[in-house]
Write a protein that binds this ligand. Structure first.
Ligand SMILES: N[C@@H]1[C@@H](O)[C@H](O)[C@@H](COP(=O)(O)O)O[C@@H]1O
Length: 252
């Protein structure tokens, strides 16, 4: 695993945008796995800036998103469809029919998940999957306890995730309790993984995920088994990881 320490959120975002850009330049028809949340916001803004300056071309790129709330329509401002349009797709030349997000409005969970799995397969898999990290170690919406062998599936969100994501809604009650998410198996099948993390409140979970045991209790810990993972995190998010890694070396 490649661990890159960034100075702060902005520096992390620029570094992540550089890695995503390199993927697009090296393979213009690549398949990007995209994420939502606060973590990728500035990386997306940087990609938009480079596109507007003529440095990037998304015309052959396809994208698949990790997850979507069950029951939210693309017009709902809290949906991940809306997020992606607003923060990336509306500002770049990616083809609308080349962007895929699980269909939150499909009431038949099996159908919605199969459709997303089939799309990923039809595209030939994901070249670079971008990931944020949930406070409880979730990736996508794969909450603690999840089976590692799942592809896209429907999940019940934990109270801690509902509470963490309620900051985007007017009240806790408005946060959907379920989501469709790519599973750990789908994520692990991506050729490359780029995780971005910032802020002190994620320091403990970063250390647990990347230095602790690989366990479904910390879904992100499975990334230790992936052959091509890059973690770009700022100093605050890496503080516990670096301390623990140094202690482990001293004890050798
Ligand atoms: N489903 C998303 C995840 O994909 C995201 O990585 C996580 C962290 O979000 P943030 O980047 O806002 O901390 O939150 C949500 O639950």
């Amino acid at each position: 695993m490649n661990v890159i320490c960034a100075k702060n959120y902005e520096d992390m975002s620029r570094k992540a945008a550089n890695i995503i850009s390199a993927q697009i330049i090296m393979k213009p028809d690549c398949v990007l796995g995209l994420a939502t949340g606060s973590s990728p916001l500035s990386a997306y803004a940087t990609l938009i800036d480079w596109y507007q300056k003529g440095d990037l071309d998304f015309s052959k790129v396809s994208s698949v998103n990790l997850d979507e709330y069950r029951g939210l329509s693309p017009e709902n401002e809290q949906s991940y469809h809306y997020f992606m349009q607003k923060h990336l797709f509306d500002h770049i030349n990616i083809r609308p029919d080349h962007t895929y997000i699980p269909d939150g409005m499909e009431p038949d969970a099996k159908k919605a998940c199969k459709k997303h799995n089939d799309i990923i397969k039809k595209l030939g898999g994901i070249d670079l999957q971008l990931l944020g990290l949930g406070l409880n170690g979730h990736i996508g919406f794969n909450e603690p306890g999840i089976a590692f062998e799942k592809e896209t599936h429907c999940v019940d969100l934990t109270e801690s995730t509902i509470a963490a994501n309620s900051r985007f809604f007017s009240s806790m009650e408005e946060v959907p309790t379920q989501a469709y998410t790519m599973g750990i198996k789908s994520i692990m099948m991506a050729k490359k993984i780029l995780m971005i993390v910032s802020g002190e409140k994620k320091a403990d979970i970063v250390a647990k995920a990347f230095l602790g045991p690989v366990t479904p209790a910390v879904p992100a810990s499975i990334l230790q088994m992936h052959p091509d993972v890059t973690l770009v995190a700022d100093e605050a998010a890496l503080s516990a990881y670096l301390k623990q890694a140094a202690n482990m070396e001293d004890n050798l």
